[in-house]
Write a protein that binds this ligand. Structure first.
Ligand code: ADP
Length: 424
């Protein structure tokens, strides 16, 4: 009897264990199906689970199908939105309540090339900017300024962007609103603004010293009308004259630069006999008193012929380059003007001297406006710091390139190219 009961209990336990295992497998199958949103197939389940299980599985499958349909609808809407926004010039970014990117159009990739395929990424990992993240929080809290300028700093340089942000209804089916940002690249405007500010500051600085000197001496002469000795008066007047000339040179160089930069009618080109033009230029330069203590020479390749250029502007280039060589080299130095035809259909011209040279760290900057290696020496020699900028502009307007090579203690060579082709 006891044995029969024991066998019965063991059999019941075995049966229960089998049922439990079936249920456990069914629960796992349902969980997996819900997790990957794949409809649950009846034949994937053990066969003896009963009606409740069938209903649960059917409800689960229905749910999964509904969610998948909604998901497809949502993806379709996003794709449509993305296609519409893709054609916009303005950069558009949409993020969800947790700063995950829901949408970024092509224009955004143009501003931030690294922000490619950022869908689903966290904003913090894609656009590294504390200022932008603060703006995101401010927009979310409803206390952002309507427009804000933000600087994105990268190793390759800064990008300035004007951003407008607002909340929109959720795009990802959740309850919390999404955030929409429209970004406008203003890097170019910012750069121009800073160049303009720097330029105004430089010009003011250049004007201040001569004006202060002139004012001081004029006041002294006016106040001490009777008491200033004749010898001092002459000294003062000479100083005034020197500084007036400096102001005049500055004004002339500024006007020349402004005309060249405006680009319109900046050049009056004609076909010129280059060897004849260079020989005449050299003769004109030789007649200047400043060249008296220097050796000037012209080296022309025999193949050199006609060139299509603005002769007056080319004269100005040589005047500035030879003028510099005269200013910055001691008496007795050699200055050469060299011209040759380059195999790449260009004419290469060069003004070289055997003077003190330019340190390597200054060389990349000398064509910048107001850049001087030795400020005191340049001003004392009547320099404005604009001569090489003018040279570069004239050469570029001709479609050429200007550069300098130098070794301290050995000399400096300024090169520039001009196209050799003549108009047809
Ligand atoms: P600046 O009016 O001061 O001469 P530039 O733009 O013509 O201005 O030249 C810029 C600077 O380059 C000069 O201040 C000078 O320091 C340097 N430089 C130009 N030419 C020479 C040269 N031949 N030898 C040495 N330094 C030179």
């Amino acid at each position: 009897m006891l044995t029969t009961v024991f066998i019965l209990i063991v059999a019941m336990l075995g049966f229960l264990a089998l049922r439990l295992r079936d249920h456990y497998r069914a629960v796992r199958a349902l969980r997996d199906a819900l997790t990957v949103r794949k409809p649950l197939l009846r034949d994937g389940l053990p066969g003896t689970l009963g009606a409740d299980w069938d209903e649960l599985c059917a409800a689960g499958t229905q749910l999964i199908e509904d969610v998948n349909r909604l998901d497809q609808q949502h993806t379709g809407q996003l794709a449509q939105l993305e296609a519409t926004l893709g054609s916009l010039q303005e950069a558009v970014l949409i993020i969800d309540a947790n700063n995950y990117v829901l949408l970024a159009n092509k224009a955004l990739h143009a501003i931030f090339p690294k922000a490619r395929n950022i869908f689903g990424e966290r904003l913090e990992l894609t656009l590294h900017s504390d200022a932008f993240l603060s703006l995101v929080e401010a927009v979310r809290a409803g206390r952002a300024q309507p427009r804000q300028e933000i600087e994105f700093i990268a190793a390759t340089g800064s990008t300035w962007v004007e951003v407008t942000g607002s909340t929109i209804s959720p795009l990802n089916g959740r309850k919390t609103p999404s955030l929409l940002f429209v970004l406008h690249d203003i890097t170019r405007q910012k750069r121009l603004e800073s160049v303009r500010k720097e330029f105004v500051a430089n010009v003011s600085h250049e004007l201040r010293t001569p004006l202060a000197v002139i004012k001081g001496y004029v006041e002294t002469l006016v106040d001490g009308h009777d008491s200033v000795a004749a010898v001092d008066r002459e000294k003062f007047l000479k100083t005034i004259q020197r500084h007036t000339e400096r102001l005049n040179s500055l004004l002339e160089d500024l006007l020349a630069l402004s005309r060249l930069e405006s680009g319109q009618n900046a050049l009056a080109r004609e076909v010129c006999d280059l060897p004849a033009l260079l020989s005449a230029t050299l003769e004109e330069l030789r007649s200047l008193p400043a060249t008296a203590g220097h050796h000037l020479a012209l080296k022309l390749e025999p193949e050199l012929g006609a060139a299509y250029l603005d002769p007056l502007k080319l004269g100005q280039v040589f005047e500035n380059l030879v003028g510099n060589a005269l200013k910055y080299t001691p008496r007795g130095s050699h200055i050469e003007l060299v011209a040759r035809i380059h195999p790449t259909d260009t004419i290469e011209l060069c003004v070289r001297d055997d003077g003190p040279g330019i340190p390597a760290e200054d060389l990349p900057h000398i064509f910048e406006r107001f850049y001087r290696v030795d400020k005191g020496r340049s001003r004392e020699k009547g320099g404005t710091g604009l001569g090489l900028s003018i040279v570069k502009h004239i050469v570029q307007l001709h479609g050429g390139r200007a550069w300098a090579e130098s070794r301290v203690g050995e000399g400096t060579a300024f090169y520039f190219t001009l196209p050799a082709r003549l108009p047809s």
